[in-house]
Design a protein around this ligand. Structure first.
Ligand code: IDP
Ligand code: MG
Length: 148
């Protein structure tokens, strides 16, 4: 089982799309094991997007992600990292395939509604930026009991 970090970005909350996006991931069978609403501060944004520090869009990205509250979620499931990336669609919403969150609902490259970790290694590092071990729940869903 993999765990991955999802951020429902400020544009998704502003456009009342949080439920729709979370629902798409839940319907895929992914299990919510941690969730919180927060407004990212500059320091957290710098850490989370450290890999993009030298990019020309970095300042715009940090401004955007700190502009209003987000929802941070840890999803768990088989191949969770790649499953979430597929459900998100590619970075530029204008190029993302129909059927993906970004392809169906996103506006452009910066207003693309959702973050999902891009590797298992980054997932674990990103999860620890947002959640303590005690905030991540280990439980069995009825649906998993009934199916297996
Ligand atoms: P990802 O979110 O699909 O993993 P990354 O390349 O990791 O995409 O970029 C992180 C975020 O930075 C994107 O989701 C998007 O919000 C923003 N971003 C990426 N490239 C650009 C750009 O060229 N202009 C403005 N924002 C960008
Ligand atoms: Mg990325």
């Amino acid at each position: 089982m993999e765990q991955s970090l999802v951020l429902i970005k400020p544009d998704a909350i502003q456009r009342c799309l949080a439920g729709e996006i979370i629902s798409r991931l839940e319907k895929k069978g992914l299990k919510i094991v941690a969730m919180k609403m927060l407004q990212m501060d500059y320091a957290l944004a710098q850490h989370h997007y450290a890999v993009h520090k030298s990019k020309p869009f970095f300042a715009e990205l940090v401004d955007f992600i700190t502009s209003s509250p987000i929802i941070a979620i840890v999803f768990q499931g088989r191949s969770a990292v790649s499953l979430i990336r597929q459900t998100m669609g590619e970075t530029d919403s204008a190029k993302a395939s129909p059927g993906t969150v970004r392809g169906d609902l996103g506006i452009d490259l910066s207003h693309n509604l959702i973050h999902g970790s891009d590797s298992l290694e980054n997932a674990s590092q990103e999860i620890s930026l947002f959640f303590s071990d005690e905030e991540i729940y280990n439980y069995t869903r009825d649906i998993d009991r009934w199916i297996s």
